[in-house]
Design a binder for this molecule. Sequence first.
Ligand code: ZN
Length: 290
Amino acid sequence: MITKKPFYFSIDFEDFYHDSLRALNVTSPKSKEKALYTSYERIKHICHKYLENKKITFFTTGIVAKKNPELIKQIHNDGHEISCHYYFHDNIRDSNREDFAHNLDLAINEIGNITGEKPLGFRAPNFAIDQHNTWAYEELSKRFLYDSSYRTSLNILELKNQKNFVYKNHMLNEFFIYEMPTIKNIFNIRSGGTFLRLFPSNVIISSMNESYKKGHIPLLYLHPYELTLNHDFWMSLDDLSFLTTFKKFYTYFRQMQWSHLGHNTVENKIKNITKFFIHQGPMKNLVLNT
Ligand SMILES: [Zn+2]
């Protein structure tokens, strides 16, 4: 019998439709509430079938919480952890300390008003905090017990020699996003998102094994748009009509990468991963049970 290694499954709970239009400078885009509900049904199915019905962590954007309070309440009442995925799905490296702190507090309030609890953990949209953005980690350490935004290919001991995640009186527990280097270092493979959809299970399992060997806790992450099977977050040509013709068609077809490719392989890959790894529950257990 195989001794299964531990891992944590989490969802970056965001609205691809809203966030993509915002990235194209649309002010106050609509959101796809129904698609978020559909994705939650699929997530419940996965928890039931492959994760022994254990609870998971939802890194939720403030804007999703604001627009879908009933859904977030339901997820929270079902026993899952609601953590924070910033207010908008913006790249933090493009921000500054003041703006970042302001948007963090907005998100924390939005989530706290629904769940009655302060979120304990944070994950940056697109993991887009650069390693030299120390101001971002300092602000996070004042508000959260843990973060899961820092990407690395290093062994945990090497990392701890370089960086301690202690900021004045505040300590941030960092749960690293491990990136497995490929031959010639062309790109690094993470266990989640597009990588999970496009690469075969054994590659993802290798990256999780390597992560574990280097002292990390393997983390597997997905997004709502990867779990729905009918292009539920799809932007129509009409939605994109404000763009120039070239940009409109480019954007329209480009969304295939997120909303279409590999979707029907996701469930089977989770099944394969759980032959070797066992989900541990919400990530808050990592900081509360010690
Ligand atoms: Zn995200």
